[in-house]
Ligand binder design. Structure first.
Ligand code: PEP
Ligand code: MG
Length: 577
């Protein structure tokens, strides 16, 4: 590999982990032009409609054959994508629209179909919901297939050079389903999000992939050397030899790690001396649950609901929220799911709430402070969660609690919502557990008082560290000061765990410290038995748990109490390899 052009780096969204090294294969969708031909007789109109119907039947037969072939091969991941395509192909509305253009505007089936599918693609692309937006690819794919069967040349080349990395605007459902994995090392697309086909299939088939790379991908030519990092969401174009060496090593590590992950997935998270630990995941949307289960997560310790409220012009209504929470509850089944009410504010913006610009947003109007003020928004969310509570094992958690009064106020709003629902005969779990995030030092200090008010605590170290140490978690300049091993932070954490245990309530940790293998034994020694983190971190922490003797962990905690610096504590905590 001897690259000549200058190396560049393109950022996208990593949707399927793994490292791919290879040459680019640029896939371009051949755009079929309108012919502009007009029909001249009723006989031609009838013949054109018959031709369209034949092309649709042929298209359906092709997709059915593809489904049968993939099923025979046992490659049935994502078959629902092809089933969706059959629905699009046979959609009576599509036929009606095409036939109308043929009959009334005397267009050929070819031209009518292009106009109808273009309009539909625009319609889907304009939708607010990310999943629905992603469905434009189904329409395009179905349209292309019919066009092909009408005699148009829209076939994409299918002979990929071995080991290539596919570069595309987006990949159609059929492309992603029929990619020859023995040839394709990875793919990167300009458009697409986490729920695009490219992302879904890449994850299901274990192909490293980065989506949503934007126009920068347009600069990549066939055969350019690339490194694709599906975890970091990066594409390195024409990397130098040193970088290639580093990534070859990373690739080997990843392969080893995958094998090891598999072996650990179903192993229990139990210490060497038999103490069970709950390893849960932090998620933002229903699709994240797949990764949770793949990594052996026992449930959801933190569902961040902000994502549902961001990047839009108005808040999601009760129905949309209910569907969202219900989907997660159903997918999780009996596994616990802790839903955190919105934590908007700080760095998370929602313009429609008309939040003022603040000098210190992290110390300002955010999370529960907004909710207790904007009870319209809060009540809608609580009602949606409560309605969904009959579909699974849901819990409710309030963020940014700083006083007993805030907990009581939040619970009072919840009781009010529950009472209204009872009066209206709307079913919900009236025994739903309620907890709070402990992420403000004040809350940690009065943990004994707060423990009397709730069923559980979840320690949010991301904020707890920044507030305890007065270090903005977003500010790179002070990043070295942001340290979860600072003795002050550890004392607060130990205090929270101790008070929770003394008062007989549940305590977990959902901040990033829970995902740090260096901290696992120390936290176990403090008495923590529930850790929640991003799904991919679960196996790492599970390994630490399984290698730990609780008595040793308790000794580590005792010894650390006497140390006065984060570095010293870190040295003492060394993880087990
Ligand atoms: C935390 O503060 O630790 C936490 C989990 O919440 P977030 O990162 O969403 O603020
Ligand atoms: Mg927080």
């Amino acid at each position: 590999m001897v690259p000549t052009k200058k190396s560049t780096q393109i950022e996208g969204m990593g949707v399927s982990p793994g490292i791919a090294l290879g040459r680019a294969f640029v896939m371009q969708r051949e755009v079929v032009a309108l012919t502009g031909i007009h029909l001249t007789s009723a006989a031609e109109v009838a013949a054109e409609i018959a031709r369209f119907d034949d092309a649709v039947s042929q298209s359906v037969a092709e997709v059915e054959a593809l489904i049968a072939e993939l099923t025979d091969r046992g490659a049935d991941d994502g078959l629902d994508i092809l089933e969706t395509q059959i629905e699009f192909l046979s959609d009576p509305q599509l036929r009606d629209d095409v036939v109308r253009k043929v009959e009334e505007e005397l267009k050929t089936a070819h031209d009518a179909l292009i106009e109808v599918t273009d309009a539909l693609v625009r319609l889907f692309l304009g939708m607010e919901d990310e999943y629905m937006r992603g469905r434009h690819a189904d329409v395009r794919d179905a349209g292309d297939r019919i066009l092909r069967n009408l005699g148009a040349r829209v076939q994409q080349p299918r002979t990929y050079p071995e080991g290539c990395i596919i570069i595309a605007d987006d990949l159609s459902p059929s492309d992603t389903m029929t990619l020859d994995l023995t040839l394709v090392a990875g793919f990167a697309t300009q458009t697409g999000g986490r729920t695009s086909h490219a992302a879904i299939v890449a994850k299901a088939r274990g192909i490293p992939a980065v989506v949503g790379c934007g126009a920068a991908l347009g600069g990549i030519g066939d055969d350019e050397w690339l490194i694709l990092d599906g975890q970091a969401g990066q594409l390195l174009v024409q990397p130098d030899n040193d970088t290639i060496g580093i990534y070859r090593e990373k690739q080997q590590d990843f392969v080893k790690q995958l094998a090891w992950l598999k072996s650990l997935r179903d192993a229990p998270a139990v210490t060497k001396d038999g103490h069970a630990v709950a390893l849960l995941a932090n998620i933002s949307e229903p699709a994240d649950l797949d990764q949770v289960f793949e990594n052996g997560g026992e449930g959801v310790g933190l569902l961040r609901t902000e994502l549902l409220f961001m990047g839009r012009d108005s808040p999601p209504d009760e129905e949309e929220q209910f569907e969202f929470y219900r989907k997660i509850a159903l997918k999780a089944g009996k596994r616990p799911v802790t839903i955190r009410t919105i934590d908007i504010g700080g760095d998370k913006e929602a313009p429609y709430l008309g939040l003022p610009k603040e000098e210190n947003p992290f110390l300002g109007y955010r999370a529960i402070r907004i909710c207790l003020d904007r009870t319209d928004v809060f009540k809608t969310q609580l009602r949606a969660i409560l309605r969904a509570s009959t579909f699974g094992n849901l819990k409710i958690m309030f963020p940014m609690i700083g006083s007993v009064q805030e907990v009581r106020a939040a619970k009072a709003v919840m009781r009010e919502v529950g009472k209204e629902m009872e009066q209206q005969g709307v079913p919900f779990n009236s025994q739903i557990q309620t907890g709070i995030m402990i992420e403000i030092p004040a809350a940690a200090i009065i943990a004994d008082l707060l423990a009397k008010e709730v069923d559980f605590f979840s320690i949010g170290t991301n904020d707890l560290i920044q507030y305890t140490l007065a270090v903005d978690r977003m500010n790179d300049q002070v990043a070295p000061l942001y340290d979860g091993f600072h003795p002050a932070v550890l004392r607060l954490i130990a205090r929270v765990i101790e008070e929770a245990n003394r008062n007989g309530i549940h305590v977990g940790m959902c901040g990033e410290l829970a995902a740090d293998p260096l901290a696992t034994r120390l936290l176990l020694g403090m008495g923590l038995r529930e850790f929640s983190m991003s799904a991919v971190s679960i196996p790492w922490i599970k390994q630490q748990v399984r290698e730990t003797m609780l008595s040793e962990a308790e000794c580590i905690f005792e010894a650390v109490k006497g140390l006065d610096s984060a570095d010293e504590i870190r040295r003492f905590c060394k993880p087990i390899n």
